[in-house]
Design a protein around this ligand. Structure first.
Ligand code: ADP
Ligand code: ASP
Ligand code: MG
Length: 858
């Protein structure tokens, strides 16, 4: 018996490493895609440590529920019905997008229906009673978090994770004060451990609705607006977590509210006391009491950007960093009133201050700033504007005798104020901070109505007229150069997630180039690579090392779907793009490096909000109808469609054309040698090399298309010519181009292997052609002539003195004849083939699009 019990105990008291708590804020949870993104974040966190997830209500839901409660009690039946319907649709649609059809989805939809039906019934009852208690409000509002946590559990389970929904009332214990329940730390510690530890030990991820707790009677109560942050830190404390990630819609804790101070910056690290001070004094980014449970614990709390899971955001911990910044951040509390008790009779009378605050406290009003002049002639303090009248009444009652004896002149109220709060641990040891604040405000012409500095000197509070509050924050922010904190990393660096469709030679040259882009204002990452077998995807970005390993494996013949290291899945290109598009990526750019007909895939990528960069000529040389559809899709979705690398590799050919047109020129003709492969081939032949050796050399250097006959046939040049032609207004198709093929007769029908094995048999014929051209005093070149009307592509013998004859190696040449450059055409010459230059051209397009918005586009 006792043995059994011991075994049993061991089972029920499992131990696992301290968990990592992830809290997802409501602002980030807008729809199914963001729920899925949140699930991806959780799944991609390496385990161990085990994870606990805290979920807020979906964006806007708490506000709607509060509004419904209020309207219901006023009998506003119509509004209540339509709001309830909107909530039902929002949650049901999210469920349907997250969970496959079947019993799980049915149960989820059923649960949503029950929650909303019940809401409607409750609302009906309130309409009759015309009475709304805080208890009912909490019961109504709680369903926001409960529903979203259930939806999130389903999303996580759908992704193959072992999940348990745990209701907040089972783990968070409170004093039962509805609307702003205070947690009972001891009891919460015990119940959270009892319920969650066994789940964690089994490898299950508990998902807990935030913002809620149990009253001592077991009813649900809310912890106050923004309370999910508090749920996360309560659980962190109970479970001894060393890390808490609060995923929010901001890149971290900022030096100021970004809506007010546009050049607010992420503070890389703040001390818990600084963060607590900021939260308490109005910084909306954290619940005011969120840090209390962990103030003495060794836990790193991070405010992390939902949109950029790889970023660590801001660390809130016990470390002291950034000591050169005595001031780290600002916030402001709007809607404040200042109460002043003044009178000569106060001088030297003990207990006036104590009685003052006792009077306010009795009314349950919280005071945020207190000053007393050293003459003791007056006491000033601030309260929320809506409590000012009550505070005044209470004070007048308390001091009735003093008022009657005129020892106290009056109790005055000044409204329409805001409190500006300047926070930083370093203020204590740095003289002159207050002076700097005042001179900044004075320079901005802002009047300071009252000041207080806490004894900790961690914060300096100033009251200003509410209409000056925003300007005051900007002035103080600038005075302390807070926009330079943490190296001045911009708050919203442009970010772009790149997906490579095709991972051949060019892709493998491009990947490290993208990794090397170092710009303060831009983060560029490759999040996915796709080949014929499938894809590798990681929303956090694939490291250069991983990409190099994938590249090495690919060149040895291992397809991506079989790659080691995780994130690999089997898929067609279209499925892969569709899968990736479902993730919340930042300004995504799809780079088509294939030689396939990808029009349909690209169109769906554009519709899913991706920019497209092409090295692939096919989609832009397909039938005009398809080409137009692609451009229309790009335009309709405000996305860029760039393809500079399709012509002249890295040379700025399309760009030059665009600039000429933009500046009012008209291009009449583009003539040139747009094939690096053929250029190289004829250069070698001219030097006396055999055709077979020259072509094999070109292949070894990576110049030709995958099948070199695409180059020899002139089709590759014809496609480039068509791309240029379409820029000039040529309305025809590829078939309308007269192309002279260099593929030896009969060789078209060979397999690629057989063709490559039999190259020697063509050597003689080629040697004769070269000799014939030389006799005529010229060299062979493969040339395209493009006008709006006509395109011709073929072999010509050019005189040795012409610029084309001077071309070297893979050099391409483009000669623009325009209205402006008529007699003396504009010539662009340079290397036009090879993975490195082509990748360089692509990178330019990527950078154009990553720089924000649709940036050009064809
Ligand atoms: P959650 O989604 O977790 O509930 P909140 O909406 O409560 O997140 O907090 C994030 C918001 O706080 C931001 O959108 C931002 O506008 C606001 N905010 C105010 N002050 C700051 C600050 N100093 N740093 C970051 N965000 C701030
Ligand atoms: N949903 C609640 C609110 O909007 C709690 C939270 O998001 O933290 O206040
Ligand atoms: Mg919040």
């Amino acid at each position: 018996m006792s043995l059994d019990r011991r075994v049993g105990m061991r089972r029920t008291r499992p131990s696992s490493p301290p968990p990592h708590i992830h809290k997802f804020g409501g602002a980030s949870l807008a729809d199914a895609a963001s729920m899925r993104h949140a699930a991806t974040i959780v799944l991609q966190q390496p385990a161990p440590p085990p994870k606990v997830v805290v979920i807020s209500a979906m964006a806007g839901v708490t506000d709607v529920l509060l509004d419904v409660a209020g309207r219901a009690a006023r009998g506003d039946v119509e509004q209540v019905r339509s709001a309830a319907q909107a909530l039902r649709t929002k949650h049901t649609e999210t469920a349907r997008a997250l969970v496959r059809r079947g019993p799980v989805l049915d149960a989820l939809v059923q649960m949503i229906d029950t929650a909303i039906d019940e809401l409607e019934q409750l609302a009906g009852g309130l309409g009759v009673l015309r009475e709304l208690t805080p208890r009912t409000v909490d019961y109504i509002v709680a369903r926001g978090e409960r529903l979203s946590a259930q939806l999130f559990s389903a999303a996580l389970r759908e992704a193959g994770c072992q999940v348990a929904y745990v209701d907040a009332t089972e783990v968070i214990q409170t004093d039962g004060m509805f609307g702003r329940a205070a947690p009972d730390l001891g009891r919460t510690d015990r119940s959270a451990r009892r319920v969650l530890a066994p789940l964690l030990a089994q490898g299950t991820v508990p998902v807990v609705p935030g913002f809620l707790g149990a009253t001592p009677e077991g009813q649900v109560a809310t912890l106050g607006r923004g309370g999910s942050d508090l749920t996360a830190t309560l659980l962190a404390r109970a479970l001894g977590a060393q890390e808490v990630s609060l995923w929010k819609d901001v890149p971290g804790l900022l030096t100021a509210d970004p809506r007010i101070v546009p050049d607010a910056r992420v503070v890389p690290q703040v001390h818990v006391r600084e963060a607590a001070e900021l939260a308490y004094y109005g910084a909306k980014v954290l619940h005011p009491r969120a840090l209390i449970p962990v103030i003495k614990r060794k836990v790193a709390i991070r405010i992390r950007p939902f949109a950029d899971p790889a970023s660590l955001g801001t660390e809130i911990s016990r470390r002291r960093t950034l000591e050169q910044y005595p001031v780290k951040a600002l916030s402001a509390i709007p809607g404040q009133a200042l109460l002043t008790i003044a009178g000569n009779g106060m001088l030297g009378v003990p207990g006036i201050a104590a009685r003052t605050f006792e009077a306010v406290h009795r009314e349950g009003i919280s005071v945020s700033l207190i000053t007393q002049a050293s003459s003791e002639h007056s006491i000033c303090f601030s309260v929320p504007a809506e409590s000012a009248a009550r505070a005044r009444k209470s004070l007048e009652e308390t001091f009735r005798p003093e008022l009657a004896r005129q020892e106290i002149d009056s109790v005055e109220v000044q409204t329409g104020l805001a409190t500006l709060v300047v926070v930083g641990l370093g203020m204590a040891g740095t003289p002159g901070i207050a002076a700097r604040v005042f001179s900044a405000l004075a320079e901005a012409g802002i009047n300071v109505i009252a000041i207080a500095q806490g004894s900790s000197e961690l914060n300096l509070s100033l009251m200003v007229d509410a209409k000056d509050a925003a300007r005051a924050q900007r002035a103080v922010h600038a005075a302390f150069q807070l926009s330079k904190i943490g190296g001045g990393a911009v708050m919203h660096p442009e970010r772009s997630d790149v997906v490579l469709l095709g991972f051949g030679q060019i892709g493998r040259a491009l990947a490290p180039m993208i990794a090397k882009v170092k710009r303060d204002d831009l983060t560029l990452r490759i999040v996915g690579v796709i080949d014929r077998s499938g894809l590798i995807f990681d929303a956090r970005g694939l490291s250069p090392r991983r990409l190099a390993a994938l590249g090495a494996a690919k060149s040895k013949g291992t397809p991506l779907a079989k790659a080691v290291g995780g994130g690999a899945r089997r898929a067609s290109a279209a499925e892969a793009v569709e899968f990736i598009a479902r993730h919340a990526l930042a300004n995504p750019i799809l780079v088509d490096l294939t030689a396939d007909d990808t029009t349909a895939t690209l169109t769906s990528a554009l519709s899913a909000g991706m920019h497209v960069v092409l090295a692939n000529k096919r989609p832009v040389t397909a039938h005009q109808r398809h080409y137009d559809a692609l451009r229309t899709a790009a335009q309709a979705h405000g996305r860029g469609l760039l393809f500079e690398a399709t012509v002249g590799a890295g040379l700025p050919i399309i760009d030059t054309h665009q600039k000429l047109i933009e500046s009012g020129d008209r291009v009449a003709k583009i003539e040139g040698c747009p094939s690096g492969t053929l250029g190289y081939l004829f250069g070698e032949l001219g030097r006396g090399a055999a055709f077979s050796a020259a072509l094999r050399g070109a292949i070894a250097k990576g110049y030709p298309e995958p099948d070199p006959r695409d180059d020899l046939s002139g089709m590759d040049v014809a496609r480039k010519a068509l791309i240029l032609g379409r820029l000039l207004g040529f309305a025809g198709e590829l078939e309308d181009i007269a192309v002279e093929s260099l593929v030896p007769a009969g060789a078209e029908r060979l397999s690629l292997e057989d063709f490559l094995a039999s190259l020697e048999q063509f050597d003689d014929a080629w040697a004769k052609r070269v000799a014939a051209a030389r006799v005529r005093g010229g060299v062979l070149r493969y040339r395209a002539i493009v006008t709006p009307r006509r395109i011709r592509v073929g072999l010509v013998a050019v005189p040795a003195s012409s610029p084309m004859a001077a071309l070297n190696g893979t050099d391409n040449q483009f000669i623009f004849t325009t209205q402006r450059y008529r007699n003396n055409p504009l010539v662009i010459t340079g290397p036009g083939a090879g993975p490195a230059v082509t990748a360089g051209g692509i990178l330019n397009d990527v950078l154009k699009l990553a720089g924000g918005g649709a940036g050009g586009g064809a």
